[in-house]
Design a protein around this ligand. Structure first.
Ligand code: BEZ
Ligand code: FE
Length: 306
């Protein structure tokens, strides 16, 4: 047998050689991606230096922990949401708060509070005191008591605790369990947007693509309750320059907050509010889970690896 191959014969060898069945699904996906890359190298006449510079970039991206920035920035995170929305529509599963990407900056195990919490108690933080409050309800409008609203957002520099060594553990991250009327509320401040780290593998690619790496100001949520489909979403703060130009393509209609300015402090003392503040009311509407997997309270990576 000859060991001299054409590119086509090589691809055939790469995708068919095996000593065991392996995993059929993994094989199918890997073979498809390898085949597409072989074709791209051929059609674009990718040069060896370009190929090896790309491999080096991928290795640096991985060791910088920035894979999740690139999946979002190249649209894959939103693509998965679009596909999930389409599947829901085909199945007639309508209603509920729109899903929005989790992003790569979630950290499990934030402190758990009942009913209400301050997120900003590592402060002081500049800017208006902000309170977000509302209910978790099902698609029939019934309150969901005991739902866990896991909330996280960036600090005033656009950085997230855990990934930023200058912030204490779980700063601006909390889990809030809804009360018997399905209510939650928290005090924090209005965060700015997020920007990809400069001088990083991610920014190298974005510069080469002529793209910016900015996200508009937003707050993330992972809402979970028994029997309900876990909801991953985020809300945007109105007025941000990047609201319709998110580098992660994650802004969604219906998820832009309405802000009430100069609300009187009465009734908010337990959150340490002493003067006029900015408030936003927002209810999370959860769909009924059709199976236990849908009600899995974990975030994306833990679910994928379960
Ligand atoms: C974020 O939510 O902050 C984020 C999302 C995608 C990529 C990077 C950051
Ligand atoms: Fe974020």
């Amino acid at each position: 047998m000859s060991n001299e191959f054409t590119a086509t014969q090589l691809l055939e060898r790469v995708t068919t050689s095996r000593v065991a069945p392996g995993n059929e699904r993994v094989r199918k996906i890997a073979d498809r991606i390898v085949g597409d890359l072989f074709r791209a190298i051929d059609e674009l006449d990718v040069q060896p230096d370009e190929f090896w510079a790309g491999v080096d970039w991928l290795a640096r991206l991985g060791s910088a922990g920035q894979m999740g920035l690139i999946t979002a920035g190249l649209g894959f995170d939103r693509l998965l949401d679009i596909r999930a929305d389409e599947a829901d529509e085909r199945a007639g599963r309508l209603g509920g708060t729109p899903r929005a990407i989790e992003g790569p900056l979630y950290v499990a195990g934030a402190p758990l509070a009942r009913g209400e919490s301050r997120l900003d108690d590592d402060g002081p933080h500049p800017g208006d005191v902000f309170v977000m409050e509302g209910r978790v309800v099902d698609t029939e409008g019934r309150p969901v008591a005991g739902a866990v609203v896991d909330v996280w957002h960036a600090n005033e520099h656009g950085r997230y605790s855990h990934f930023d060594p200058e912030q204490p553990a779980y700063a601006l991250r909390r889990r809030i369990e809804t009360d018997d009327q399905g209510r939650y509320r928290f005090r924090s401040f209005l965060p700015p947007g997020y920007a990809i780290p400069p001088d990083s593998p991610t920014s190298e690619l974005f510069t080469a693509l002529g793209r910016h790496g900015n996200r508009p100001a937003h707050i993330h949520f992972l809402v979970a309750a028994d029997g309900q489909r876990t909801l991953t979403t985020q809300v945007n703060i109105p007025g941000d320059t990047f609201i319709d130009d998110d580098f992660a393509f994650a802004t969604r209609d219906g998820l832009v907050l309405k802000l009430e300015k100069n609300v009187a402090a009465a009734g908010y003392e337990s959150l340490g509010v002493t003067g006029p503040f900015t408030r936003s009311r927002f209810d999370f509407v959860m769909q009924k889970a059709v199976d236990a997997t849908e009600a899995d309270p974990q975030a994306r990576l833990a679910r994928a690896l379960a």
